[in-house]
Design a protein around this ligand. Sequence first.
Ligand SMILES: [Fe+2]
Length: 384
Amino acid sequence: MSVPFRSPLIHFGRGSLKNLRYIRGKKALIVTDKVIKELGILDKVTKQLNKSKHQMDVQVFDEIEPNPMDTTVLKGVEKARQFEPDWIIGLGGGSAMDAAKVIYALYERPDISMTDIIPLKALHLGQKSKLLTISTTSGTGAEVTWGAVITSAEKGIKLSIGSNDIVPDIAIVDSSLALSMPHSLTVATGMDALTHSIEGTVATIRNDFSHGLCLQATKMIFEWLPKVCENLEDKISREKMHNAACIAGLGFGNSQAGLAHGIGHALGALFHIPHGTAVGLMLPFIIEFNEPTSNDLFKEINKFCEFNGEGTPAKILATEVRNFMKIIGAPMSLKECNITQDKFEELLDRAVHVAYNDPSTRTNPREPTNEDILTLIKKSFAGQ
Ligand SMILES: [Fe+2]
């Protein structure tokens, strides 16, 4: 069977932002959000582009919101059509980078819509511009992946967009841009990365190329995220964690996510909790749920990470994840996210329905029933 391995050219390491000076082109459109501007990161990026010998003309579209709306993305497309850039630069966390991917595709192809950006449909992009991503959080892996999550303003649902053609041409993974992340964001995005690497190891379409990346990312996250949380300004652990999140992105981007993402997407959308928090609090429960199908792979993770607890491989790994969550201060239940019993019960059936139909649920190694999902979501409320 023929399988593609998707990856941009990646410049990583502290100071790798300076590679922006060497890209060739005349005009760059930066797609970002207001926070990145306030933090001064946008200035750092434009400064490097201005140092380019090509003296690039730079414009900024800074209207991307968390969980970006299709209506916002279309405004960005309009800006691109007027400006006619030869580079589109997604700068920020997953939201800004995902929005940039879609703006790039629709700028290149005015004849298609967002729902045409699907796997197995060649889009022939790259005729007018190239796509570059710069990650400022250590978690989503969106700088290297082939997917984008955009919310439909009309239907209120998340559109799952994915195509090999929206894998960025270049990704810049410079940990100095992640230094300003506060503790809560560091933890949430870090849990997202750990969920990517563990789910990517066991997903139904895991493969030889994704496997080593997922194992390596898992080991690095267990080692380095607690060190980051101990001292948010520690440059070495920040760099390791920034790299680990990108490696996890390459790993799960070339494998797939699983049921922690399937349910996490539903919890995130309905209870308005951050993506990484939602998938993270599901992770230990999903490891336990996947025990019948994935114990050999959990055993391999445990061996690679040198986990030697009591019980089955799934139990040992789930216990390690729970201990890790306690150390870094990650919420372990919906209750801890201030979701009330009434609110939970009101949205429970809807959450089961949304989770069951999520694409990530389809690539989980153990196929869940609606009843299984209901049980798992109930467990996530109390954290047990
Ligand atoms: Fe994720």
